[in-house]
Ligand binder design. Structure first.
Ligand code: ADP
Ligand code: MG
Length: 253
């Protein structure tokens, strides 16, 4: 039996008369990578930010590691890692200084170099965040989620806008974080990303969860229902060609 670490019940969020999240319920299990998959505007970020205590809900209940969001939001905040927007980082500070600053905000002492090593950025320790490439910025932003040694990290579209190498590199990093025991909840609108990375996904559309299961089960169910792809699928796609030609190693160092 899996242990539930996040429990969302009948969550509703209205912006004025617009219903962005329409009574959704789901559980996230400890140690899994859970995906919220859906098109732009589906309500993924709204849902995530409510759980992160960054946005007010209209109604419903949220429990994070047994803590009631309505009663102890500050306790929840202590136990979770939220991705900070790199655009908000102080431009004149280098990565080590930024990590020390954030560590101070959480009242945690951190070893900046060890943390940077975890996300493969030890060479950039003395660089400023504006000097990082897109993939490096995302890796640094993921590093900042780990500063308070959280049980759960929240990643909102961490790979949007990245090239194929940087995306794969980030997937590896997310898998490593999970292997170390951290639960990951991630939003994405990339189907391949959800399929490759997530143990279970909730497909969201127009504020509702229309399906929740493992990617494997969803695909098997569709095929069992008689679905067939219109034509023979090739054994590789253009992305495979691209990765094969350019290699998997990072370009943006
Ligand atoms: P997603 O992350 O899936 O793209 P969002 O949660 O950002 O979706 O947004 C869901 C819907 O709520 C969208 O239609 C969006 O325009 C709307 N929305 C988001 N934030 C606000 C806000 N602060 N005020 C009004 N509408 C908002
Ligand atoms: Mg979003």
């Amino acid at each position: 039996m899996q242990k539930t670490i996040i429990s969302v019940r009948d969550l509703v969020k209205n912006y004025g008369s617009f219903q962005a999240v329409q009574s959704i319920s789901f559980d996230v299990y400890e140690g899994e990578i859970f995906g919220l998959l859906g098109p732009n505007g589906a309500g993924k970020s709204t849902t995530l930010e409510i759980i992160e205590t960054l946005r007010e809900k209209t109604s419903g209940k949220v429990f994070v590691d047994g803590i009631d969001l309505d009663k102890q939001p500050a306790e929840i905040k202590k136990n979770i890692g939220v991705q900070l927007q790199t655009s908000g980082f102080y431009p004149s500070l280098n990565l080590v200084e930024l990590i020390r600053l954030f560590g101070g905000l959480y009242n945690k002492s951190v070893d900046p170099l060890a943390l940077l090593k975890k996300v493969n950025l030890e060479d950039k320790a003395l660089n400023k965040s504006k000097e990082l490439s897109g993939g490096q910025k995302q890796r640094f932003s993921i590093a900042t989620t780990l500063i308070n040694q959280p049980k759960i990290i929240f990643l909102d579209e961490p790979t949007t806008g990245l090239d194929p190498q940087a995306r794969r590199n980030l997937w590896d990093l997310i898998r490593e974080i999970r292997l170390a025991g951290t639960t990951v909840i991630i939003t994405t609108h990339y189907m391949d990303e959800a399929e490759q990375l997530c143990d279970r996904i909730a497909i969201m559309d127009q504020g509702k969860i229309i399906k929740l299961d493992s990617p494997d089960k969803m695909i098997d169910e569709l095929v069992a229902g008689g679905f067939e792809r219109p034509k023979q699928v090739k054994a590789a796609n253009l992305e495979d060609v691209f990765i094969h030609l350019t290699g998997r190693e990072m370009r943006d160092e």
